[in-house]
Structures are given as C-alpha cells and as structure tokens.
Design a protein around this ligand. Structure first.
Ligand code: PMV
Length: 315
C-alpha cells in the first residue's frame, strides 16, 4: 500500500537580535500563523524516482535518481539530499504549498527544510523527534544559506517563542498584540547582508563587538521588561542601522511611522524584506494611508507563538 505523510510548520519573525545571533548572541524569535505544507506519498514500486510539485511557484519536476544530469535549484537539491540520506529506493511524490512569502525574511526556507526532513523522518520511523529533525533540517538550511545561525529551522520545528543562541534555546511566553508585518517589497538577500555584516565586523572589531553586545542587551531587556518594547524596537533598529543593514527606503518608512508613535524595526536580514511594527490602535488601512508614498508591498497582522512542526490530516 502507498504511504502518505502530510506535515506543516510555521514561518517566523525575529523580534530582536538578528545578525548578532550569527556571532553567538541571544535573539528573540517567534513562530507565526503562516505555514508551509508538505505531502509525501511513498509508492510501492521499487523505483528511484521523485516527482515534485511546488504549487506556489508553479513548478513540477520528475527526478530520476539513477540519471541525475542537471544542476537543479537548491530546494530540489535539498530533496535529493534527504532522499539519499534516508537511503530510500521507492518512488516518492512530493507536493509543497505555502502561506509564507518567499524571500521576505519570514522563514520560508526554514519551514521548507523542517517539513522536508519531517516527512522523510516520519516515513522512516513513524514519529516526530524534534531534536533529530531540527539537527538534520539545519544541514538542509546550510544548503540554502551557507552557515546560518540555525534560528529559522529551530523556531519552525519547535514553534512558540524562543530565546535562541547557537548554544542555547529556551521557550518563553512572549506575545505581542497588534504586531504588523510590513513588506517593503524590496528584494533582499540574506547571504549578501550576512556577508556585509561580516566585513563590517572584520574591519571594525572593537566597535562591532560593542554593537553586537548592545543588541543582545536589547533582546534581554525585551524579555525582562516587555513594557519597554517600543523603545527597544527603536534601539535595536538604530543598532542594525549602525552595522549597515538598513537603507534609505527603510529609514523613511520607520521615520514616518515614528512620527505617528509607531515603533518599527527590520526583522531578518534587512537590506529590504520585511519590517515589524507595534501598531497600537492603528488599523491596516490607516497604516497603508500613512505609508502611501513609501511604495510598500503589503501589511499583515499575524498571530505569534503558534505550534511548530506537526502532522496534518489533509494537504
Ligand atoms: O533570512 P532572514 O531574513 O530570516 O535572516 C536570518 C537572520 C540572520 O540573523 C540575519 C541570519 C542568521 O543566520 O541568523
């Protein structure tokens, strides 16, 4: 009989500590109510073949593992890597769909990595072992991003909100009401921004050490004194600007919001992508009106602190 496994896992928002987390500092991250869904069907026949449908980008692939002769996109390389990792011999049909925008800093590749490993792990052993899945999902994330901090795959696996560093993770009860995601619509590259910060750190060792420490102090204070969150968003944003990951369009949006007492900051790598804003009583339309000259792409209010990787009944 064919075997079907369906899983989903959430995207994420970094509330504070992006970039500093690459250098071992603590960050605060929360999962969000946007999920990626993956369905794996293992066919009975002995055939090293993977059929893949990526619904959001309208792409289908049929990969004959005994005859690999193309350079595939990274997500396809990741699927082949995991198929081989679990030493499978049967035909696999894989479908992916997602609510998480791609390349916006909301953890779409992290959720992809976690769901991919999750599906094959459950196929292999019938259970979800979060620790194992997270470790292997980190290896998949490395295919996408080089040597990421691991924050994306970890929050997508475990869900809720986490204090996270490379050597430490702890669930915390952290929720923000009226948190809006503002998509600047400016394309960004995590790798480019991480490389930019690396250059800054190498060339400004004393100054960068101080900035990274101050970012970590911001994060710790967000956790200990959530009532100060507005000032801490502003402070963290200034520090991100100091290490060079903001840009004039982002500064202008943040300035316009600040004039209306809305605190906002970059979330994720910066250079474009998304901002998060504490919107107090403003509605989506009111913010759209405030930012009508800033060419933003969208605003979404999202639920935070949701469940991590889980099995689903339907795709
Ligand atoms: O890919 P993004 O935009 O979610 O950024 C990842 C966060 C960084 O701290 C910039 C990189 C990392 O590996 O943690």
């Amino acid at each position: 009989m064919n075997k079907t496994i369906i899983v989903s896992s959430p995207g994420k928002l970094i509330i504070g500590g992006e970039h500093a987390v690459v250098y071992g500092r603590r960050a605060l991250v929360t999962s969000i109510g946007m999920r990626l869904y993956m369905q794996l069907i293992e066919e009975e026949q002995d055939k090293k073949l993977i059929n893949i449908s990526l619904h959001d980008i309208n792409k289908d692939y049929s990969i004959d593992l005994l005859n690999l002769n193309e350079l595939y996109p990274i997500e396809i390389q990741a699927i082949i890597f995991i198929y081989n990792y679990f030493k499978l011999n049967n035909q696999i049909n894989l479908q992916v769909r997602s609510d998480i925008p791609i390349g916006a800093g909301l953890g779409s590749s992290g959720a992809f990595s976690v769901c991919l490993v999750g599906c094959f792990y459950i196929l292999n052993s019938n259970i979800i072992n979060q620790e194992d899945i997270n470790q292997l999902a980190y290896k998949v994330e490395c295919l996408f991003h080089g040597t990421p901090s691991g924050i994306d795959n970890t929050i997508s696996t475990y869900g809720q909100s986490l204090i996270y560093s490379r050597t430490f993770k702890k669930h915390i009860n952290f929720r923000l009401s009226n948190l809006a995601i503002i998509d600047t619509g400016i394309p960004k590259s995590t790798k480019k921004m991480v490389d930019l910060v690396r250059l800054f750190v190498e060339n400004n060792q004393i100054q960068s050490e101080q900035i990274l420490n101050n970012i970590e102090i911001c994060v710790d204070t967000m956790i200990e004194h959530p009532e100060q969150i507005n000032q801490l968003f502003q402070r963290n944003q200034q520090l991100l600007k100091d290490i060079g990951v903001s840009r004039i369009e982002i500064d202008n949006i943040i300035q316009k919001l600040a004039e209306n007492n809305i605190s906002a900051k970059i979330t994720g790598a910066g250079g474009g992508g998304c901002l998060i804003a504490l919107t107090s009583t403003f509605t989506k339309n009111e913010i759209l009106e405030l930012l009508k000259e800033n060419n933003i792409k969208s605003i979404e209010f999202v639920e935070c602190g949701v469940e991590g990787l889980r099995e689903e009944q339907t795709f």
